[in-house]
Design a protein around this ligand. Sequence first.
Ligand SMILES: NC(=O)c1ccc[n+]([C@@H]2O[C@H](COP(=O)([O-])OP(=O)(O)OC[C@H]3O[C@@H](n4cnc5c(N)ncnc54)[C@H](OP(=O)(O)O)[C@@H]3O)[C@@H](O)[C@H]2O)c1
Length: 332
Amino acid sequence: MKAAVIRKHGGPDVLSYEEINEPQTANGHAIVKVDYCAVNHLDIWVRNGLPGKQVLFPHILGCDISGTLVEGFGKFKKGDKVVVYPAIQSDVPRTSYSIIGGFGKYHGGYAELVQVPQKNIVKKPSWFTDIEACALNISYLTAWNMLERSRCKKGDTVFIWGANSGVGSAAILLAKARGFRIITVVSNENKIGLARKLGAHLVIDRSKSDVMAETLKHTKNQGVDAVIDHVGAKTWPTSIEILKVGGKMIACGTTTGGEANVNIRAFYSKEASITGAYLGTKLQLISLHKFMKSNKIRPIIDSVFSLKDVKLAHQKMEESAQFGKIILKVSR
Ligand SMILES: NC(=O)c1ccc[n+]([C@@H]2O[C@H](COP(=O)([O-])OP(=O)(O)OC[C@H]3O[C@@H](n4cnc5c(N)ncnc54)[C@H](OP(=O)(O)O)[C@@H]3O)[C@@H](O)[C@H]2O)c1
């Protein structure tokens, strides 16, 4: 089968599109023909390598899979359209999950066939196309979990970093459908219109405006009910400053680094809280599917690349040139 394999950590050039052996059937596992696999920032972390995180080479990236079952099992039949819930119970102490195609032992969806535990197979909802379905298992599920953890109610104001990102664009769409007021951020004026179209009430261009000042002005100095922060070191200080009294920051990522210098006094004096979010459960994925269907929400797809052009897809994400999900078409 064809796959994009990495044999060492590094830039997009370590991705090699080549012929490799097919995975074998194994007890309690299913083989899925991968139709589409979304690109996530996790793929870049794994490709680059992170201190203390191990990968067994050769490794296949790709955690966001929609595909077709090669053999039936239980209630599933051969040929069923499915998605793969990406979390595997972690064997690393104090970490809840490892992720298929991530730093764990499972190969991911940058390959025509993938072997995954049967319990990770979820029926693809017919409301979504195969392309859309692969976009939901990571960014949308995490955004959904973060919004649930925010405990925001209709009319509350949520601040969402990075409108163009997978997590950010998902959070805006889902927050809009829940009736929240949305403030979001972009890095250039080309993205402003797209962010507004998604449903943001205020879009701040961080290349031109001071994000904290604009947010406080817009909220009449009250601050926001919740902040969705997937950016990390560079945004945590602002995220804490713009929370209102009793506000909540929900954090899931470290795109700009994992160690932040924050104003602790500002944090405790307004009795704010910070909550972590790590993906979401399989049940949350199923309720996300139902919520999106009943609210007629389709994920935002930026572009579809063929698997052999995976390097270009990674470059696009590293340049933050996308708006929404970048997808790989895997099976020919
Ligand atoms: N905990 C979990 O379960 C979980 C799940 C999914 C994702 N994540 C993490 O969440 C993060 C986002 O993932 P993704 O796939 O959505 O990434 P992505 O699509 O590559 O988006 C990255 C975003 O970061 C923004 N950004 C970069 N530097 C910034 C800065 N200095 N200030 C403000 N914004 C900045 C970019 O916006 P600009 O264009 O404005 O630069 C872009 O919107 C990653 O770190 C990922 O690992 C975690």
